[in-house]
Design a protein around this ligand. Structure first.
Ligand SMILES: [Zn+2]
Length: 340
């Protein structure tokens, strides 16, 4: 099959579109012909080098395609069926997995991180990871959903315990997690404030349902939030930006507010005054992907049309270097999708 592999870590030039051995399903797996694989910032981190990645390596976490082969032990699927592949790897037998807490499994990793991903033509997967998709979603839309909608759902629902009518600040409206978090918060009838770096992105954020948008290059986030909330602050901050916004994010919380974070795109080292944390009784929560149960829950809303994937543009898989360069330039609003 054709695949994009990296044989060393580095810039976009290490991405090689080449011939690779065909994926072969075990008896408990199905084989999927990849029709679309959406990109995530994780692709850039893995390409630049993360511990535990064996070379050569295939990137890509979000796969949608068609079943082409079904292992002897697998029931309930048929060839030609349109499916997506859950964007994670777990053992499916440890105490955490059988309790439905797959993202706490000792083997847990994101597809395309410490296991080969979907930047290729064929991928084999255990039946537990395969989820049928409705005809209302095309492959590019379906591939744009799993990682970011699962992440945002686990952050807001699983970790922060969002309740109807709360006030939520979502950083980075144009990112995949931002796009998902805005819509999920609106599903809970939250008052949603979000941030972006230019007028076009701010307009699109309004289109997703954000009640107020802040230009983070021209306005100070915490000052705007104070103005918009009658000096109270917000109940929940959805963080993934990291060092560049951490202090501002904490300042935006009302007393007993919750900051939940799933990433550190601008850098991992943040500092804060402990007195501010305890005297204001803040909660700082980490969040990583989500569970299979949560994936089914959020997909239910996507399949019913209550949450909408946003595709910025598609690239042929062989043009992957251009796709990585485009992502690094942060020009997109929504997902970039690779088509093998
Ligand atoms: Zn496990």
């Amino acid at each position: 099959m054709k695949a994009v592999r990296i044989h060393e870590f580095g810039g976009p030039e290490v991405l090689r579109y080449e011939e690779a051995p065909d994926a072969k399903p075990r008896k408990d797996q199905v084989l999927v012909r990849v029709k679309a694989c959406a990109m995530n910032h994780l692709d850039l981190w893995v390409r630049k080098g993360l511990p535990g990645v064996n070379l050569p390596h295939i990137l890509g976490s979000d796969v949608a395609g068609e079943i082409v082969e079904i292992g002897e032990y697998v029931t309930g699927f048929k060839p030609g069926q349109r499916v997506l592949r859950a964007p994670m790897h777990f053992c499916n037998r440890c105490a955490k997995c059988v309790a439905g807490l797959q993202n706490q499994c000792g083997e847990f990793t994101v597809l395309g991180n410490r296991v080969d991903g979907g930047n290729c033509e064929l991928i084999a997967a255990a039946a537990v990871n395969i989820i049928p998709i409705p005809d209302t979603l095309d492959f590019n839309q379906a591939a744009s959903v799993p990682l970011v909608f699962l992440t945002a759902w686990h952050m807001l629902v699983g970790r922060a315990g969002i309740r109807p009518g709360q006030t939520v600040l979502v950083l980075g409206a144009s990112s995949g997690v931002g796009i998902a978090a805005i819509q999920i918060a609106k599903l809970f009838h939250a008052f949603v404030i979000t941030t972006a770096g230019d007028e076009k992105k701010l307009e699109k954020a309004r289109g997703l349902g954000a009640d107020h948008v802040i230009n983070h290059y021209q306005q100070k986030i915490s000052e705007e939030v104070k103005k918009l909330t009658n000096k109270e602050g917000v109940d929940i901050v959805v963080e993934h930006v990291g060092a560049a916004t951490w202090e501002e994010s904490m300042k935006c919380l009302k007393p007993a507010g919750t900051l939940v974070t799933c990433g550190a795109t601008t850098g991992p080292n943040a500092s804060f005054d402990l007195r501010f944390l305890y005297s204001r009784q803040l909660s700082l929560l980490g969040s990583y992907m989500g569970t299979m149960g949560e994936l089914y829950e959020v997909l239910g809303h996507v399949f019913a049309g209550r949450l909408k994937p946003v595709v910025d543009r598609t690239f042929a898989l062989q043009d992957i270097r251009a796709a990585h360069e485009y992502m690094e330039a942060s020009q997109m609003f929504g997902k970039l999708v690779l088509n093998p």
